[in-house]
Design a protein around this ligand. Sequence first.
Ligand SMILES: [Zn+2]
Length: 313
Amino acid sequence: MRIGIDIGGSKVAAGLVNRQGRVVSRKKIPVDKQKTYPRVRDDIALLIKELISENGMEKGRIERIGIASAGQIDRETGNVLFSPNLGWRNVPLRADLEEICCAKTSIENDVNAAVYGEWRFNLLKGARNVLGVYVGTGIGGGIIIDGKVYRGFSNVGGEVGHIILNPYGYPCNCGGTGCFEAYCGGSYIVERARRGLESGYRGKLWDILGGDLAILHAGHIEEGYLLGDDLCVTLWREVVEYMGAALAGLANLLNPEIIVLGGGVVYGTQYLIDEIRPIVEKRAMAPSVKGLRIVRAKLEEDAAIIGAAFIEA
Ligand SMILES: [Zn+2]
């Protein structure tokens, strides 16, 4: 048995993963409000301990602990160099957990882990070249080339969310402008719709929400688009067009066999992939997308846990 840990901005999820890549037992805890490293690290260690004891396992039977964390990871040391959601800088997470839990521990970027999990256990493994794009609040990517996770020169490759689609476009949280994420990331889309409503726009979107802006997510905007709400039509067409363009560019670059799409915006909408497919086909060079499959991620929240437990360090 292996243990996979997914450290998010608001919660830590842990799972006991069997040899077939299935999560057989899981636990979740909220991230401590202060998000300080020692506190969260100790919470993670406790979570692992509970998962082991509650399943009547002996410590020695854990083959490996795999951690998935957002941000940049130093492969040599296993330190988290920077975590955007937790604000950590250069913390020795792998070494600490290895010492506390007495088990071999590895650490990987969360999207790389998720894409690896999908690739290995969601029947994508027959494909040697796979691109994964996770559209949540922001956008992350993972690239598998010739059956291996592509990490780049300093282990920070695959940041597809910050590919610049328009140098004069919307501002992005990375400090740049016109990034893929600034056009298609969930929090950015929602923010644009919210601004419209706050400046007095009414229409079907307002009715869908019952006037409650706090619940607004990408699924509502797609729903408004399908009903012909003017604001949602403009917004959603832009999302679909830019996402199609981004994926077409990536297909030209990588010529993948499969593009797997995951994340909250993908899971929370119905037809996004169907709308994007023809745009990718139209915009990419024909040989780059010949035989390309664009599919929805299946493992959803478990993907990073499973991937982290199995990815080769
Ligand atoms: Zn950016």
